[in-house]
Each structure stands twice: as structure tokens, then as C-alpha cells.
Design a protein around this ligand. Structure first.
Ligand code: BT5
Length: 262
């Protein structure tokens, strides 16, 4: 696979970036443990809202509940420091996934779908994971950092540690993509969606309508154990999944992993 871009740097990302604050300050590391760690440290030091931390490669990337996220060279790993009003916290995972879907479509032409709660899939395979880590004091959000890991320019089959249910952009397209373009587009899309929140924008509706999960029979797992099964009927505005159980009752699922049944 040829090199489409080799110039990921703070300057190449911020240069003429059409945002007000997201990505106006970028801290780039060729290799890093986890962008979430640096984002937390920077946020606690009072970093300006919209500060972006990007790694060319991560050695200790994190998923939810202490799981590992692998970002080999060629991947995209970034975190953004935000400080929304506390009532907008549930919207962050939604707007982040939506911004990924929009930027993959715009830059690569690939259509992707969102799987509750935090996966972006292409043809049923995970291409991106989303993570939000926040600290709230009273009614104030000290920080809410959003992180995305996108499998971009590498072949998943070259990394046995990555589950075979994953895919990458270059696996899908059989060519490399411009990580720089995807990152810049993503920052613009995140800011657009973020700025709609106070006006009661349609983030929730768009997210709900992009979910592959709804209408499907699913199994919900928590730490590897099946906790319930049912039909994913809807999602609530707080992001939770509403599951119709076989006895007809509706159960609200706040966290977990879902497996879509055929
Ligand atoms: C996620 O967690 O999907 C959230 C991943 C967030 C990663 C970003 S990268 C930038 C920022 N800095 C970080 O340190 N993290 C964020 P979860 O739903 O818990 O999924 C984790 C699971 O996905 C693992 O247990 C593996 O099974 C699988 N996995 C690991 N690496 C993968 C990859 N590259 N592609 C697809 N699946 C992967």
C-alpha cells in the first residue's frame, strides 16, 4: 500500500482549519501510551477547550472497562478536551460517533453504521471505537474528553491481537487513505454538532436513526456474561438502550456490549 500522506503533525492539522476552537491547539506525539491519559493531564492543568491530543501510534490505548484498544502505526488515535454543560454529557458519545460516520463518508465515500453504545462499523465490522471520560464536580463538568480510535492504514490481518471481527479503511478500500483529511474533517464535524447542543440540535435523533442496533434481536453482555436478551426497541435521550424482553417488559440498559443476532 502506498503512502498517501506522511505529514501528520500539529501544524498540518491546525493549518487553516475551519473551526472556532476544536483543533486550534493540537499536541501531536508520533508514539504515545494513550491519548486519553495526556488529555486528562492537560485538562486538569486547565488546557483550553478544544485542545486535541493525537498519537501516530499508541502502546497502551484504552477501551471501556480497562479493555485494550490497539493502534498500530497507520491508525488514527485522538482525544479532544471539552467542557460542556453537564446536561450535554450523554450527547458526547452520540455526536462523536456521528462525526466519525460523516467524515468517513465525506473523505472516503465509505458508509458506516453505529452500533450501540460506542462502535462504528463498516459492513458489520468494527472500524472505530469511541470513548468518553469525564470528571464532574457538583454541577460543573471539569472536563469531558472524547476519544476515537480508527483503523485506517493497516491490514487488520497483520495484527493477530486485533479481533478478526474488525476491519480497517484500507481493508475496505484496498488502498491507503489520508489520515490528515479524515482528522481535519472529523474536527470540523465534531464542532458543528457540538455547537448545535445548546439550541437543542438533532444530535439524538440523527444518532438514533443511524443505529444498526434498533429493531434487532440482541444479547447484552457485561464483562463477558450475558445479562439479557431481547429486541432493541429504542434508545432514550440519555443514551441508554431500551430492550423488549420476551415477557413483554421493557428494560433500560445503561452500559454493556451488544451482540446482534442474525
Ligand atoms: C472502544 O472500547 O471501542 C473504545 C476505543 C477507544 C480508543 C481511543 S484511541 C484514542 C483514545 N485513546 C485511548 O487510549 N483510547 C481512545 P470497547 O468498546 O471497550 O472495545 C474494546 C475492544 O475492542 C477490545 O476488548 C478488543 O476486543 C477490541 N479491539 C481492540 N483494538 C481494536 C481495533 N484496533 N479494532 C477493532 N477492535 C479492537
Amino acid at each position: 500500500m502506498g503512502m498517501v500522506e506522511n505529514n501528520l503533525s500539529s501544524a498540518s492539522i491546525t493549518s487553516n482549519l475551519e473551526t472556532q476552537f476544536i483543533g486550534q491547539r493540537v499536541i501531536y506525539y508520533p508514539k504515545l501510551a494513550s491519548t486519553m491519559d495526556i488529555a486528562k493531564r492537560e485538562a486538569r492543568r486547565g488546557a483550553v477547550e478544544g485542545t486535541v491530543i493525537i498519537a501516530g501510534e499508541q502502546t497502551a490505548g484504552r477501551g471501556r472497562i480497562k479493555r485494550t484498544w490497539l493502534t498500530p502505526e497507520g491508525g488514527i488515535a485522538l482525544s479532544i478536551i471539552l467542557r460542556p454543560g453537564v446536561r450535554y454529557l450523554p450527547s458526547l458519545i452520540m455526536l462523536t460517533s456521528l462525526a466519525v460516520v460523516r467524515s468517513l463518508r465525506k473523505v472516503t465515500g465509505l458508509e458506516s453504521q453505529i452500533k450501540w453504545p460506542n462502535d462504528v462499523l463498516i459492513n458489520g465490522r468494527k472500524v472505530c471505537g469511541v470513548l468518553v471520560e469525564s470528571e464532574v464536580q457538583g454541577d460543573t463538568v471539569s472536563y469531558a474528553n472524547i476519544g476515537i480510535g480508527i483503523n485506517a492504514n493497516f491490514r487488520v490481518s497483520d495484527f493477530p491481537e486485533i479481533p478478526s471481527t474488525a476491519t480497517s479503511l484500507s481493508d475496505e478500500l484496498e488502498r491507503d487513505v489520508s489520515r490528515l483529511e479524515i482528522i481535519r474533517c472529523f474536527l470540523v464535524e465534531v464542532e458543528k454538532l457540538y455547537l448545535t447542543l445548546p439550541g437543542g440540535g438533532a444530535v439524538y435523533e440523527e444518532w438514533r436513526d443511524s443505529l444498526v442496533t434498533l429493531g434487532r434481536e440482541v444479547q447484552v453482555k457485561w464483562e463477558g456474561n450475558i445479562v439479557c436478551e431481547g429486541v432493541a426497541e429504542s434508545v432514550a435521550r440519555d443514551g441508554s438502550l431500551l430492550l423488549r424482553l420476551s415477557d413483554g417488559t421493557l428494560k433500560k440498559i445503561v452500559a454493556g456490549d451488544v451482540t446482534l443476532r442474525a
